[in-house]
Write a protein that binds this ligand. Structure first.
Ligand code: ATP
Ligand code: MG
Length: 300
């Protein structure tokens, strides 16, 4: 069964209750009842959390999310309270900690797609639809869609696949009003982010958001946003529909894992091996490059 190759032991901090070890983040509850999210340098691929860390990844994800939350602040409220490291926590939490409002999470992965690729392309090739939405003939891997679409997925546990679900199923699960709000907000945020990325020479092909309700019942954007882990970014100058696009995410890792060099059988039950140093360094450089291109700030 996929999952963690080596399940990490969470750091215990006096005054913080450890809630959950996610694929990438450790979650704690503070004495004040807030959620403390600490991003690790872990990476998941093919439903496994890999045995090799990517140095600085947790800080890049956190800093990029914070930057994006600021860019989106006029569109949607977010869950961030502060970035202060709680008293007694290790110093290396600095830069990768977000103290957040603890929300009632909506159990839907809110995906927006402006371009066709990945699981969307597979469904399109088989049925000319994505998430049940009909699309025109003639689209290929990397094509821009006539308009961005909302393609929600169910949230899967560690080691399981997220599954695309039709909008009507989301409406059944969370109610028609919340479903409509999720779709509208997801597409509005995607549209903004796509335009910002485009000005910086990047195509935001697709992305995933998570939302929750606060105590007043207001819909708040949560988790991480618009990072290479939750989004597909492509260099705009290399965009060439009809082929897989070079992307700023874990592609380097996936390519190595499925190449003969890794000796790993993706379809078997053995855990993936350690990543070689050059794959680690190459991936780290891609994450940093994405941060620098988007924010216009050198990574330090
Ligand atoms: P899961 O399998 O539960 O989705 P994951 O493996 O994706 O977890 P991470 O992304 O590492 O886990 O951890 C983040 C977790 O915190 C997710 O479960 C996410 O839904 C949850 N979360 C994010 N923001 C909030 C919030 N403000 N309030 C409550 N939960 C949140
Ligand atoms: Mg997650």
């Amino acid at each position: 069964m996929p999952g963690f190759v080596d399940k990490p032991e969470p750091v215990q901090v006096p005054g913080l209750e450890h809630l959950h070890t996610g694929k990438v983040r450790e979650l704690y509850r503070s004495a004040a009842g807030d959620l403390v999210m600490v991003a690790s340098d872990r990476t998941s691929a093919y439903d496994w959390v890999l045995p090799t860390d990517i140095p600085d990844k947790g800080r890049v994800l956190t800093q990029l999310s914070l930057w994006w939350f600021d860019q989106l602040a006029d569109l949607v409220p977010n869950h961030v309270i502060s970035t202060e490291v709680p008293e007694g926590a290790p110093a290396d939490w600095a830069g990768r900690t977000m103290v957040c409002r603890s929300l009632q999470m909506v159990p839907v992965e809110c995906v927006a797609r402006g371009y066709l690729t990945g699981s969307g392309l597979l469904e399109y090739d088989a049925h000319r639809t994505v998430c049940g939405l009909a699309l025109p003939e003639g689209l290929v891997d990397g094509s821009e869609l006539p308009a961005p679409i909302f393609t929600p997925a169910t949230k899967a546990a560690v080691g399981e696949h997220d599954e695309n679900v039709p909008y009507e199923e989301v409406a059944r699960q969370v109610g028609t009003e919340t479903a409509a709000q999720l779709r509208q907000t997801t597409l509005a945020v995607y549209g903004r982010a796509r335009d910002v990325a485009r000005e910086r020479g990047l195509i935001l092909a697709d992305t995933k958001f998570e939302f929750g309700h606060d105590e007043q019942g207001e819909l708040v954007i949560a988790d991480e946003v618009l990072t290479p882990d939750s989004s597909r970014y492509w260099p705009a100058d290399l965009w060439d529909p009809g082929h897989p696009q070079p992307s700023y995410d874990k592609q380097i890792i996936r390519d190595w894992l499925t190449s003969g060099a890794s000796g790993w059988d993706r379809t078997g039950h053995t855990p993936p091996p350690d990543l070689p140093a050059e794959v680690v360094e190459h991936t780290r450089a891609r994450y940093i490059e994405a941060y620098e291109r988007l924010t216009g700030t050198p990574w330090s």
